[in-house]
Design a protein around this ligand. Structure first.
Ligand code: HEC
Ligand code: HEC
Length: 243
């Protein structure tokens, strides 16, 4: 094949890949946002409605900064979504459910991203084989209900695999493990901080999940009724986790 032709084909393949992966804001929304903000942007409980929302239709820079850095229980998407995906999902949200605001371009997201400081990972103190230890402790304490696959049992035990809550705010996850909730038993009495940290780190990184690790000191803080007060810009994803 001559060189010119192969370049033309490559450019064409890249253009196709770009449009297939990055541009569908509705798909990104369904995969990344709908579990909290709900399929029609109507919100639920502490998850604000994005439908008919002034902030969503307002200042583009503030909106992109919130997406990149997160805030409280809203995850930071800087390391989850690339510029094109963030532009696509925000453009979708800004033109759906009664919202009517201009599209956001990937170039603009890139510009805002440059001004947002790269958040630093928080140091965690875990043994090297935390994943295997966490898996074993999960099997002993959790798998009877939530299943070894993390898929749960529909209608009875929620799936922990690909679960936004499990990968979200670590304080809230630790609180439910320690104190229980409805049919979910409390583990504060039966498990020590080290085991709870291993299990929390495992469920946040097993299956397709990926989220910041948790160590025994963090569990102690939450057990004592405190908050981790992790900087909201703390990356949700920790490089190397889950391998
Ligand atoms: C784990 C749950 C969760 C996920 C997933 C999530 N959000 Fe949020 N989001 C929140 C919470 C909670 C808040 C409120 C934050 C606060 O209290 O400041 C919020 C706030 C927002 C706001 C600000 C709304 C306002 O009126 O101030 C926007 C915009 C937003 N989210 C968009 C998105 C988009 C787009 C996605 C997907 C890419 C997404 N969120 C994914 C939980 C989530
Ligand atoms: C006896 C069964 C049972 C066991 C054992 C159990 N859970 Fe649960 N779990 C539940 C039930 C039921 C719920 C739903 C509670 C509710 O409706 O509020 C739940 C909820 C959860 C949630 C919240 C999910 C969400 O999306 O809100 C998490 C996280 C969780 N469990 C993790 C664990 C972990 C980790 C263990 C092991 C340490 C464990 N569970 C052990 C029954 C169990």
């Amino acid at each position: 094949m001559n060189r010119l032709l192969s370049h033309a084909l490559l450019a064409c393949a890249l253009a196709l890949a770009g449009s297939a992966f990055a541009q569908d804001g509705a798909e990104v929304y369904a995969a990344q946002c709908a579990s909290c903000h709900q399929p029609e942007g109507q919100g639920l409980g502490t998850f604000p409605a994005l439908a008919d929302n002034e902030f969503v239709q307002g200042d583009e820079r503030e909106l992109v900064e919130l997406m990149l850095s997160g805030r409280a229980a809203m995850p930071a998407f800087a390391s989850i979504l690339d510029d094109a995906d963030i532009a696509a999902v925000l453009t979708h949200v800004r033109s759906s459910w009664g919202n009517d605001a201009d599209a956001i371009e990937a170039e603009f997201v890139a510009e805002v991203r440059e001004g947002v400081d790269e958040p630093e990972a928080v140091e965690v103190d875990l043994p090297d084989d935390w994943f295997e230890l966490g898996e074993a402790a999960y099997q002993r304490n959790c798998a009877a209900c939530h299943q070894a696959s993390g898929a749960g049992i529909p209608g009875a035990f929620p799936a922990l695999a690909e679960n936004a809550f499990v990968q979200g705010n670590a304080d809230e996850l630790l609180r439910i493990l320690l104190n229980g909730r409805a049919g979910m038993p409390a583990f504060a009495g039966s498990l020590g901080n080290a085991d709870i940290a291993l299990i929390a780190s495992y469920v946040r990184n097993a299956w397709e999940n990926e989220a910041h690790l948790v160590d025994a000191d963090m569990v102690e803080v939450v057990r004592g009724g405190g908050d981790l007060e992790l900087d909201p810009t703390t990356p949700t994803f920790r490089p190397g986790a889950g391998q």
